[in-house]
Design a protein around this ligand. Sequence first.
Ligand code: ZN
Length: 445
Amino acid sequence: MIVLNFAIPTTMFVRRLTLAAAVLLLVSSAARSGATTEPTTDEPARTLSTLGQQPDWRELEPYQETITHDEFVHLLNDVYCTHGIGAGLIQVAPDEVRVLKAKGTCDYFTLHFARSKSERHPIDRTWTPPSALSKPPVDAKPLSGFQIALDPGHLGGRWARMEERWFQIKNAAPVTEGDLTLKVAQLLAPKLESLGAKVSLVRSKTEPLTPSRPPDFRALALELLHDAGVEKPREDFDGPADPEKERTVRWQEELLFYRNSEIRRRAKRVNDRLKPDLVLCLHFNAEAWGDPAAPTLVQENHLHLLVNGSYLPVELELDDQRFEMLHKLLSRAYPEELGLAESIAAAMAKATGLPPYHYKTDNVTPVGTSGYVYARNLMATRLYRCPTVYLEPYVMNSSEVFDRVQAGDYKGRRSVAGKNRASIFREYADAVAEGVLAYFKKVRP
Ligand SMILES: [Zn+2]
């Protein structure tokens, strides 16, 4: 048995969190009408993430006898549950693991381990790792037979201010992350295609995939605020600097729309329609910029990449996140994610000269050996059911990146921010393609 700690009743914990963190834990009314309750508190138990779906544990049945005890324990302790897990939720025995299906019940999912590596049953999954692709014919391209979905982070366009991915310095063009990521995706797609990959874009314009809009979440926003102790919330807030904005109906509605609902919709598209072998989530990083109309420019500039893992105990208390964590672990996405992330990190570090980012929070776990890759439980990396690498290069509000974004996209090299170089968009896209190619050269037969 592994040692299980951190038995914190979720509802007690919620009251001590900030509103933003508490909202992370809150659930939809549908989920709350479920059968499970925390017997010692006066509020319904939180059993699902906000807008989370009740998991169908039968989906894990195909993983019976596909993993050994030691492989399972390694992934659990070193990648996914590195901060511990509440007592009784996951019980590892020599031959099997029992996972609580629904908080507050005694209903367990049991997974039997393979007795040895040679006795493992093959894994049935929608994606193929590069190492399992057949050897390409002599004249075929190195990524032939491999399907990649590019997920340009955020929305950009008219949504950029709402999603707080917008800032502007005087009369310069506004910097909007959702437009920058789409530009990179549009440059990267043909590069990967020229290497033989089949490429799709999860989002191809500056519009959301979700058909929902903020007002659709009014009832849920009011409920979340009520659950977080805000009884008579203000309707609106006074711009992005309003310190009380999280306690208003509009801010909650918008967050449910552009983050929660939108990412869930993208996951549906990835998992049900695109079914790729890999998703690359393209982002640009930033440091706190304060007032978006008079932002702070900083000198720091850095790079890091994320793979799924490092779930917090409070997240593992939620039935859907516990289920998705196991799905991810059992699918064995991690070795592919790590190999690709390390390879892309090496190519990007070489192209950009950027140092690795060091987290000041403890919700991540460093993985691999490059120093650039972390495990973290983000909604996209959790819900996309295939290897997913999440890229965070460049600090948008560093002086250098600001100048490079203002220079726009261009062919060849130009003197920008005191150095002769490629456009920031091409540098990003070229390095990613190079990193993916290097990984294929290493692992494809
Ligand atoms: Zn981003």
